[in-house]
Design a protein around this ligand. Sequence first.
Ligand SMILES: *Cc1c(COP(=O)(O)O)cnc(C)c1O
Length: 354
Amino acid sequence: MFNLDELLRPNIKNLVPYSSARDEFKGEARVFLDANENSLGSPLTKWYNRYPDPLQWEVKEKLSVIKGVAPQHIFLGNGSDECIDVLIRAFCEPGLDNIVIVPPTYGMYEVSANINNVKIKKVPLTPDFQLDLPALEEAVDDHTKMIFLCSPNNPTGNSLIREDVELLLNNYFGIVVMDEAYVNFSRQRSYVQELEDYPNLVVLQTLSKAWGLAALRVGMAFASESIIAVMNKIKPPYNINQASQELVLKALDEVEQVNEMIRVLVQERSRLEAALPGLNMVEKVYPSDANFLLVKVTDAKAIYQYLLDKGIVVRDRSSVILCEGCLRITVGTETENDELLAALAAFEPAGTHE
Ligand SMILES: *Cc1c(COP(=O)(O)O)cnc(C)c1O
């Protein structure tokens, strides 16, 4: 059975967190002489001299309405990359514990584990990019503290089969991290509504993709109150700066505009999905629930370089397991996609000149 206290690193379970001035005084006051800020102001708009809300309650209240999840179930990180790092540091004892990842998948799980000297067990996806459940069962041992899943998956673009994920959630009692960075581009239901059923589930989302706010660095983790409390204990006290909090609050009022962008991007994705297979060098376009396409081509390295010479940069994934010969292409604007298609149509492989 899942037992949070047993799963946590002992030092984290016993950690007395940093208590900031903003933690120790929360009431109304006129004169703030408690945090060694600059009392005169700042060279910018007045209020940047004050430390921001360490727990970002205003942002969480607004997110709570949009996501249908209570604010106490939300953690905000400096990008979801910070959420990944905080989770690994909470649960994995360096040099002793391990995580399981299912390549090909997002690279930060492995990097974060390596930074923290946490071992990584790799259980590759099946050739159709789904979970290999028997191999996962085989791989998990007493020190496997978490399994990272990504759906829709980066770089393959597909969603994981729901029954497989549920089987894992019901049979593995470490932490299951479900990274939903691309969920807004998908018809699949988010797992945020499943938190009540699975105390070991952590869902990651981000404002960097569909919300168009990559520069503000705001990622979200959704989980049980007790997991969120642990994450809050570990994070740097002021991990989301005031400017980001203010801008995110404004952006979250624009759900309609974001939905319209998602609609356009999904439509453009379909257009590329339809047009790409007609090109000579394209061998396969994998189905995508995300804002990018994984495309198998005749000569990935040459086509990557050819596009680059024309000022178009895509991602060469040809050295990634199960992605041999593949480029990952982000869906652009209508004009950008036209330019990409025109450039590819004009490509002539080496040796075909008369
Ligand atoms: C882009 C991406 C992220 C990174 O999100 P940030 O919030 O910008 O750190 C996380 N997971 C996946 C799968 C991604 O593709």
